[in-house]
Ligand binder design. Structure first.
Ligand SMILES: Cc1ncc(COP(=O)(O)O)c(C=O)c1O
Length: 423
């Protein structure tokens, strides 16, 4: 289905439930005139377009939110759609849970699949990344001595499932160390290459590490791994939605993501991709009726599910499409460059995210030299209402800033002025 057809299709099931989800008609926070200009702005790519996007998100008063990597907000249209789905479900619970909405859920699956350029038979709708990695780690009957590669920058959700579900079997977790500022992706590929032994069965890796926002070369690592019969599982928590991803092109076997970060869906909704040829390796984490289903749906079947939130993901994809995947992709890099250009060369700061586009995008970390990051984080929050994440591991002592689509260049100007004041 083409993008335009898809939009039509989603609208047909959301209009009347959530009201119009077309952006120009949205209730915006401050100034409806901007939203009325939307169609014209859309053609132009001006800062005004992004100001209009920002107005679709309603934050707590005075809050400056640079913490999307921790958790994303939902725009007004998604909030309203999810609210309406909840109300509708409560109006006739049994009808919608078992019957009425199954087809709508399939539409959401289809739209997620299209967003990632894969088949809907390769997408399961789960709760979050953590669940996806658990599902993978629990699926394998690894033998004593088998090895799983997990680089040192993996998120706890990417390591704990392997430790808990697999260590008791006597497997070895190989933990290569990644540089904070590699020169290029080949340097990282080489590290993974060296970590592979004849005993390696699986490489589990982040697409973007949460520590300093570094993008890892999943495609290149997958190529090497597959030549040796090794499977590749990817933690996509920080990449899904930040930029355009073609999961077939990424060549991994499995990809788990949380749509409540960079896709702005309701909370507790996640996406799980398993390449058709690799699906036979996977077992459901929980078993219920349908657990022997040969389709990927067996991996998401927990009997009664929170369908309103899953349908809310459909509304989030509609919003995402309305802004435009290509535009979002470009914007992630544009904001990164804009921020970096204001920080680079300033002796008060040290950027601790690699600069190359192949190695980073809309997450950047920066150290305020001579200051303890926890103190700076507190000062930013207490005095300036700025929320960001302090990163202390790997000697980073740095602030992690997320530049999601609701951040404007003006927001970055203000942020940098405040950082300079603090420094
Ligand atoms: C890289 C990475 N993986 C996994 C997670 C866990 O995400 P969730 O709690 O949505 O499962 C996070 C959360 O920040 C993350 O950054």
């Amino acid at each position: 289905m083409k993008n335009t057809d898809r939009r039509k299709f989603i609208k047909s099931f959301t209009t009347g439930i959530a009201g119009s989800l077309v952006l120009p008609n949205l209730v915006v926070a401050n100034d409806t005139s901007i939203s009325k200009k939307w169609p014209r702005l859309k053609e132009e790519d001006t800062e005004a377009f992004w100001e209009a996007v920002k107005e679709q998100f309603v934050f707590a008063p005075r809050l400056r939110y640079f913490n999307n990597a921790s958790l994303g907000p939902s725009p007004v249209s998604v909030q309203k759609a999810a609210e309406e789905f909840r109300k509708t479900l409560d109006g006739f619970p049994s009808k919608y849970m078992w019957g009425g909405w199954q087809q709508k859920k399939e539409t959401v699956r289809e739209n997620v699949a299209e967003l990632f350029s894969v088949s809907k038979e390769e997408i399961a709708l789960i709760h979050n990344t953590t669940e996806g990695i658990n599902l993978i780690a629990r699926s394998f009957d690894l033998k004593p001595g088998d090895e799983v590669i997990l680089a040192d920058h993996e998120h706890p959700s990417g390591t704990i499932p392997w430790e808990v579900w697999q260590e008791s079997r006597g497997i070895k977790l190989v933990r290569p160390e990644l540089p904070i500022l590699p020169k290029n992706k080949e340097e990282i590929v080489e590290i993974y290459k060296k970590a592979i032994t004849p005993k390696t069965k699986i490489i589990s890796m982040c697409h973007i590490v949460n520590t300093n926002g570094m993008i890892l070369p999943v495609k290149e690592v997958s190529k090497i791994a597959h030549e040796k019969g090794i499977l590749v599982a990817v933690d996509g928590a920080q990449s899904a939605g930040m930029f355009k991803i073609d999961l077939h092109d990424l060549e991994c076997d499995f990809y788990a993501a949380s749509s409540h970060k960079w896709l702005f869906s309701p909370k507790g909704v996640g996406i799980f991709y398993a390449k058709k040829e690799s699906q036979h390796h996977l077992k459901p984490l929980m078993v219920a009726r349908g657990h022997t289903d040969s389709s990927i749906r067996r991996l998401e079947n927990y009997n009664t599910r929170n369908l309103s939130e899953i349908l809310g993901l459909g509304a989030a994809i509609e919003f995402y499409d309305e802004v435009g995947q290509q535009k979002i992709h470009q914007r992630s890099y544009e904001l990164k460059s804009y921020f970096r250009s204001k920080i680079e060369g300033n002796p008060k700061f040290k950027l601790k995210t690699p600069p190359n586009d192949e190695l980073s995008s809309a997450i950047q970390v920066v150290e305020v030299l001579g200051k303890n990051v926890s103190d700076v984080k507190k000062q930013l929050a207490d005095e300036f209402n700025i929320d960001c994440r302090p990163m202390t591991g790997f000697n980073l002592n740095a602030l992690r800033f997320s530049f999601a689509i609701y951040i404007t260049k003006k927001d970055i100007d203000e942020l940098v002025t405040i950082l300079e004041k603090i420094a």
